[in-house]
Design a protein around this ligand. Structure first.
Ligand code: AMP
Ligand code: ZN
Length: 479
């Protein structure tokens, strides 16, 4: 297997990557808090992780990825109560929207999306271990992790315990903690929580945020796994706290490689809910910008470099997505030429030497770039360099149908990582075929052939087509 190198936040170095178990990579990627729609900044993180996952597979590894869904915290509780619905009803809408966005952005599904509310026993078990190992204290029913009990605290973020003490802002409502640096493992129930609580051996309440990632990563990946990632804002305190919990609770090793993406910025500030400078994916795509262009834009800068969004729809400024669409047009035009050549000529035999030469060089520079800490600029450079070289030969009519097949194979191979080369599928709904299937289903139902009618409904559902039987007839829509 060729070499992969990743920058490890923990050691602050680029290191050769070696999985713990040969050929299999286990990775944990911090996921969304489903209290609202995710914004493009969040999707920068999830696209970086998608490129990481696809690159690992491209290099021949199998991947087991876990992404948690935080479906209980202060915000989800407060907002569900404001809306007068259960916590579950409240979070469902945002969870569904999250998965729709992942599909639109062609983000491959992780193997597991554990929800915090379904893993309370695992969290309680870990907190019990921490209590037994002497790392906690209790105030008014809440349980805190005592940071001074873990001397290695601060190593990931490269901060010293003493600096933290002086540097951290003291929240006025956190007097119950012995030390401002300590964090809650378990929050005891208060009337503000309404019916959101769990009655457990450590009391009536709910988990703090950090504990879910330690407990759920261990459940699905084991105590020691290969990669843990998130945005740079997760380094401190979230990932630092995870390290403290996992090492003090389970002992042994935790994570081999910590990887963090830089932020998506808007006018030099991090895109975030609190700054109110965010855009949701559907908000952008409803103006006609394709999700494929959004994906291209978000993956086009190296993950450790900040990426600036130039987009102000009120003033018709769409520069970031225009640049992405321009790049995609170049790819599409190139593939159209290849397709025309394939239609015209014989497509058996060997590709020409010139083309094979171009393909070999491009293939190795693409893979070499990705292997070098996901150097996307290098990989895209190989792609567009190849297009430029072949376009020159196309102008001289030096490319055959066989060459075109080989070139398209190369593009499809690269698309396993990039996920932007195939054209948009969403707009390409074959209405006639769908309506014919719906008519066939209607007739099957009339003939009481429910097996066939269900089969058709499932087939359409698998393609994202939802059908509804209404008094006025069958309605359908694309999810
Ligand atoms: P949150 O829902 O805020 O916990 O964020 C979910 C993921 O998105 C985390 O990995 C964050 O680090 C990441 N994230 C949040 N805002 C941005 C941003 N502006 N740019 C890149 N990543 C972000
Ligand atoms: Zn996490």
């Amino acid at each position: 297997m060729e070499e992969l190198r990743f920058y490890n936040t923990f050691t602050r170095r680029k290191e050769p990557f070696k999985p713990i178990i040969a050929d299999e990579v286990r990775m944990y990627t911090c996921g969304p808090t489903v209290h609202d729609f995710a914004h493009l900044g969040n999707y920068r993180a999830y696209i970086f992780e998608d490129i990481l996952r696809r690159t690992l597979k491209f290099f021949g590894y199998s991947v087991i990825q876990v992404m948690n869904l935080t479906d209980v915290d202060d915000k989800t509780i407060r907002k569900s109560r404001e809306r007068g619905v259960t916590l579950q009803e409240y979070t469902r809408e945002y969870t569904e929207s999250f998965f729709e966005d992942l599909d639109a952005l062609r983000i491959e599904r992780a193997e597991f999306y554990p929800e915090a509310t379904k893993h309370i026993p695992e969290m309680v078990e870990l907190i019990e271990k921490l209590i037994a190992n002497g790392h906690t204290y209790e105030t008014d029913g809440s349980i805190y992790f005592r940071i001074s009990s873990f001397p290695a605290y601060g190593r990931l973020a490269n901060v010293k315990l003493d600096d933290l003490r002086s540097g951290v802002r003291v929240d006025s409502d956190e007097y119950e903690k012995e030390d401002v640096r300590d964090f809650a493992l378990w929050k005891s129930w208060t009337p503000d929580d309404g019916d959101v609580f769990w009655d457990t051996s450590i009391g009536k309440g709910r988990p703090g945020w950090h504990i879910e990632c330690s407990a759920m990563s261990t459940k699905y990946l084991g105590e020691h796994f290969d990669i843990h990632s998130g945005g740079v804002d997760n380094i401190f305190p979230h990932h630092e706290n995870e390290i403290a919990q996992s090492l003090c609770g389970y002992g042994g090793d935790f994570v081999n490689v910590w990887m963090h993406n830089a932020h998506l910025m808007v006018n030099s500030e991090k895109m975030s809910k609190s700054l109110n400078n965010f855009f949701k994916l559907k908000e952008v795509t409803s103006t006609g910008i394709s999700p494929r262009a959004v994906r291209y834009f978000l993956l086009s800068a190296h993950y450790r470099q900040p990426l600036n969004l130039v987009y102000d729809p009120d003033n018709n400024i769409t520069d970031s997505f225009d640049a992405a669409s321009g790049a995609l047009d170049r790819i599409d035009e190139f593939r159209t030429k290849l397709a025309e050549l394939q239609k015209q000529g014989e497509d058996s035999g060997e590709a020409g030497d010139d083309i094979l030469d171009i393909i070999d060089k491009a293939r190795s520079s693409f893979k070499g770039a990705l292997g070098n800490d996901l150097d996307i600029s290098g990989a895209l450079g190989a792609l567009f360099g190849m297009i430029k070289d072949v376009n020159r030969l196309l102008d001289e009519a030096q490319v055959t149908a066989v060459d075109a097949v080989a070139l398209d194979d190369l593009l499809m191979d690269w698309d396993r990582v990039l996920g932007v080369i195939r054209p948009e599928e969403r707009g390409e709904i074959d209405v006639e075929r769908i309506e014919a299937l719906i008519e066939e289903r209607k007739q099957a139902r009339q003939a009481k052939d429910f097996a066939r009618s269900d089969e058709i409904r499932d087939l359409l559902a698998s393609e994202g087509i939802i059908i509804q039987d209404t008094p006025g007839g069958v309605r359908w829509r694309k999810k």
